[in-house]
Design a protein around this ligand. Structure first.
Ligand SMILES: *[C@@H]1O[C@H](CO)[C@@H](O)[C@H](O)[C@H]1NC(C)=O
Length: 365
């Protein structure tokens, strides 16, 4: 008993030291984009508008934002189809892990073959785990995003050969960020699901679809998968306006459903992790951080947390937030929300800085 104990102490220190070094690297190599300093070979993203860098620009949907004032804080103030004033979380993660400064949309017509080697986003604003959500919005469903991923894998093999493609797929960081629109666009405002499902059973439906998606991704060779939970969607400006009553409080049932999906999602992720040995799945919590920012804006140097910056900030999002009808607030950086649904780049940056700690286990292995 005595001996092993004595041996274990230095090992613990060694491990701690190692974790600290990796943590340090992850947080400091942010500005570099040369491949040698990257912590993963590629970032591959699926989901909705939180991580869509412009896939919706080339599809036939109303869920678009490739016009001003979107992109007002982006390079050359260019509207790119990102639902933000500046960069979105997929960009910020790619940048933080030293992969590249911007993560492009897979459907971007200007994409070069070389761009594929460090990753892309297949995400589509308006998509949901629930297929009805994507269908209603006429956007790229999660199933269709998987089809695009298959096509991408073929392209990787053609460009880099089998070995390089395998390395990108098995070592690349896969991030999934979707689910808010199931709550905000499908469950509460329509009758597609509400008549048949109460809140707990709809949470089960969403998590069942989510689990199916993760397992398809594993079948396609993904081994490092980070799953972003749902934000406190009841507290975004448009949901306060639509479902928060006279005083525009956070819509309580929206948040209740978000929390329920998150806890079931987390359980399912643990379960899948134990079934699929050799595959790392982690749950990335953004709910608590965003709620804290919204409830304590001062702490983070924000002035406005209940209205978006675009227009009145009560309802404007996507085509309703445009330069013809909407003025932009005086200081974007003092707003938590850019439009009535999506955080500003500055708020996203805070969320990603916190969330990256959840991602670290995927990087150090
Ligand atoms: C804009 O807001 C940010 C964050 O609150 C603050 O640091 C900055 O000083 C503000 N800029 C102006 C011009 O007021």
């Amino acid at each position: 008993m005595f001996f092993p104990m004595k041996l274990r102490v230095p090992q613990v220190y060694l491990l701690l030291f190692f974790l600290l070094i990796v943590h340090f690297d992850a947080l400091t190599l942010t500005q570099k984009s040369d491949k040698s300093s990257a912590l993963v070979p590629a970032i591959i993203v699926f989901g909705d508008s939180i991580v869509d860098p412009g896939n919706n620009n080339v599809i036939n949907t109303l869920v678009k934002c490739d016009f001003p004032p979107y992109g007002i804080d982006f390079v050359d103030q260019m509207p790119t189809g990102r639902f933000c004033d500046g960069r979105i979380p997929s960009d910020l993660i790619a940048s933080k892990l030293g992969v590249k400064e911007l993560l492009p949309a897979y459907l971007d017509p200007n994409l070069e073959p070389q761009d594929l080697l460090t990753g892309v986003s297949f995400a589509s604003g308006g998509a949901g785990y629930d297929p009805i959500t994507s269908e209603t919005a006429h956007v790229i469903s999660m199933d269709d995003q998987l089809e695009l991923y298959k096509e991408y894998q073929e392209k990787l093999r053609a460009i880099g050969g089998d070995a390089i493609a395998e390395n990108i797929i098995s070592k690349g960081l896969h991030v999934i960020c979707v689910g808010s629109d199931d709550i905000a666009n499908t469950y509460f405002p329509t009758l597609f699901r509400k008549l048949q499902y109460d809140i707990p059973s709809y949470a089960d439906l969403v998590v069942n679809y989510a689990s199916r998606f993760f397992q398809e991704l594993i079948k396609l060779g993904a081994r490092k998968i980070g799953i972003v939970g749902i934000p406190p969607i009841g507290c975004v400006p448009s949901q306060r306006t639509l479902a928060g009553g006279l005083f525009r409080e956070c819509a309580p049932f929206h948040n209740q459903l978000a929390e329920l999906v998150n806890s079931k999602l987390n359980q399912e992720i643990q379960r899948l992790g134990s079934i699929y040995q050799g595959t790392l799945l982690v749950y990335i919590n953004i709910y608590d951080t965003l709620l804290d920012i919204i409830q304590n804006p001062d702490k983070y140097d924000f002035e406005v947390a209940t209205n978006g910056c675009c227009g009145t900030g009560l309802l404007e999002v996507s085509i309703l937030c445009n330069s013809l009808t909407s003025f932009v607030c005086a200081n974007v950086s003092d707003h938590v929300f850019w439009d009535s649904y999506h955080p500003t780049e500055r708020a996203y940056q805070i969320l990603v800085d916190v969330a990256i700690d959840d991602v670290l286990p995927l990087i150090i292995s």
